[in-house]
Design a protein around this ligand. Structure first.
Ligand code: NAD
Length: 498
């Protein structure tokens, strides 16, 4: 049986805890490998390696660090096929989708290649008599990231891509469900020229997370995962005086106005609701048609579209989506479908109990669609994180817009319309962090920033883009005067530049 180890100071380390976790192949339902479960001892070993390597890395000029990032980008491109197969084998998403996962991370690395420009500070000449002021951005030191199963390449790269370019050393605690790609990324970063100890991977679960949150030498923690854990990480990390950004769950709405291009809407929402089996924080699991006629047309057209969807193993080029990550997760999704039925929503398409011939033990579930879902239903309030589309009917744009604005989550939202004024007003007023206008999955590109509102993110600084640079650096401001030789009078009041 294959074993996935920690990666500390450039070496695979098996660790002291005999505990291991199962890594499944979601397509067959079989255990394909075991992952080590880390302890505070391995975490401390990684922190020590990071502390030893970081000062010299921080002193390496940013252009040289950018060259390492550039070589890493080239290695990602050269290894794209191998990485995508490995990713799909543990996650279950189709190969093309895994390539998208890697590509979106790679784009953050491309952004990080501009680090010499991004780290340029501020300067004020002659702020007072003979006084100049300059501000610089310095790395924090050792920082850590804790990542979810659903984007095992992109989300680690959101974090370490920026952190390393800024001159920090990084400790990654990936999801225990698909930990192999994160280790390959760390190997490739070493091959690209990052010194040993600059990017470490410590495998495990809550025990390692808690050790990260309480370790005195870790300055900042970035987390992405479900909201209750995000809140726990945020409150524990900040109580231990760390800078924390913690992204949580989501329930994104797609509002359809009567003037929208219905062909495009149906194609877009099918991809956004069911792609990657709905296991995306920017999936679109709630459709809100405005007006009874729009709703009737949408539900009929979507039912026909769903009929054309193929589920399949990740390597099947004709599959629209693959299995979900574990059998426990499939059970959770099916429980939510049961709940929706009990709550009185109309189950138009039922994906429960779907199997794939020859892969009967795989964690497959078919696409489902509910109509006439109402905001008081628990199955609407919670994140399901599966291939389940819920249709909530609304009578006006105002009523429709209140749904995402008042929902506990505020990650993404989309509006489908041809009306520019309505779209502009909606984008300005909606209480959600990322908005798509005729764009179903509005994940911002790497040089913008990613972050939701409300229970979709705790902390104030977004992922990547200029906010990523802010998150992984601290500002130092120098006020300087070069003495002329004349002794200045004593002053007992606060200096002013007047
Ligand atoms: P998860 O919260 O179960 O796990 C995330 C990380 O937290 C993992 O590394 C896991 O090992 C760790 N963890 C799990 N339980 C813990 C505990 N009790 N204490 C401390 N750490 C713990 O999330 P997941 O199932 O891996 O990922 C899916 C979730 O992530 C969904 O809710 C999805 O919406 C969310 N997500 C959010 C974003 C975003 O940017 N907002 C992006 C991707 C995924």
């Amino acid at each position: 049986m294959r074993h996935v180890h920690h990666f500390i100071a450039g070496k695979h380390v098996s660790g002291s805890d005999p505990r291991t976790g199962d890594i499944f192949d979601p397509g067959t339902g079989q255990v394909q490998a075991q992952v080590c479960m880390g302890t505070p001892a391995e975490l401390d070993q990684a922190v020590k390696a990071a502390l030893a390597a970081q000062p010299e890395w921080a002193e390496t000029n940013p252009q040289r660090r950018a060259r390492v990032m550039f070589r890493f980008k080239e290695l990602l491109e050269a290894n794209m096929d191998e990485l995508a197969v490995l990713l799909s084998s543990e996650h279950g998403k189709v190969i093309a989708d895994s390539k998208g996962d890697i590509q979106r991370g790679l784009e953050v690395i491309e952004f990080a290649c501009g680090i010499p420009h991004l780290l340029k500070g501020e300067y004020s000449q002659g702020a007072g008599p003979g006084i100049d002021i300059y501000a610089m951005r310095q790395p924090l030191g050792v920082v850590a990231g804790i990542t979810p199963f659903n984007f095992p390449a992109m989300i680690p790269m959101w974090m370490f891509g920026i952190a390393l370019a800024c001159g920090n050393a990084f400790i990654l605690k990936p999801s225990e469900k698909d930990p192999s790609v994160p280790v390959r990324l760390a190997e490739l970063m070493l091959e690209a020229g990052a010194p040993e100890g600059i990017l470490n991977v410590v495998q495990g679960d809550k025990a390692v997370v808690d050790a990260i949150l309480t370790h005195d030498d870790i300055r900042a923690v970035s987390f992405v995962g479900s909201s209750d854990i995000a809140h726990y990480v945020y409150s524990t990390g900040t109580a231990n005086a760390k800078r924390v950004q913690a992204m949580g769950g989501a329930k994104n709405h797609g509002i359809i106005l009567p003037d929208a291009d219905m062909d495009q809407v149906v194609a877009d929402i099918a991809g956004a609701a069911f792609g990657s089996a709905g296991e995306r924080c920017m999936a679109l699991p709630v459709a809100v048609p405005v007006g009874a006629e729009t709703a009737d047309i949408f539900v009929e057209r979507m039912r026909a579209e769903i009929d054309k969807l193929n589920i399949g193993v990740a390597t099947d080029p004709d599959a629209h989506f693959g299995p979900v990550v574990t059998s426990a997760h499939r059970q959770r999704i099916e429980n939510y479908i049961d709940m929706g039925v009990k709550e009185g929503a109309e189950l138009v398409v039922d994906g429960r109990g779907a199997t794939l011939q020859g892969h009967e033990d795989g964690f497959f579930i078919g696409p489902s669609m509910f109509d006439r879902v109402t905001p008081d239903m628990q199955s609407y309030k919670d994140e399901i994180f599966g291939p389940v589309l819920q249709v909530v009917r609304a009578d006006s744009l105002e009523e429709a817009a209140r749904l995402p604005s008042e929902h506990q989550y505020g990650n993404g939202v989309a509006l489908f319309t041809r009306n520019g004024l309505a779209a502009r007003e909606f984008a300005t007023k909606v209480n959600v962090g990322m908005v798509g206008i005729n764009v179903p999955i509005p994940v911002p590109v790497a040089y913008h920033t990613f972050g939701g509102w409300k229970r979709s993110a705790f902390g104030d600084i977004n992922q990547h883009g200029v906010e990523g640079i802010r998150f992984y650096t601290k500002t130092k401001t120098v006020t300087q005067r070069w003495p002329s030789g004349d002794v200045q009078d004593q002053s007992f009041v606060i200096p002013t530049m007047g």
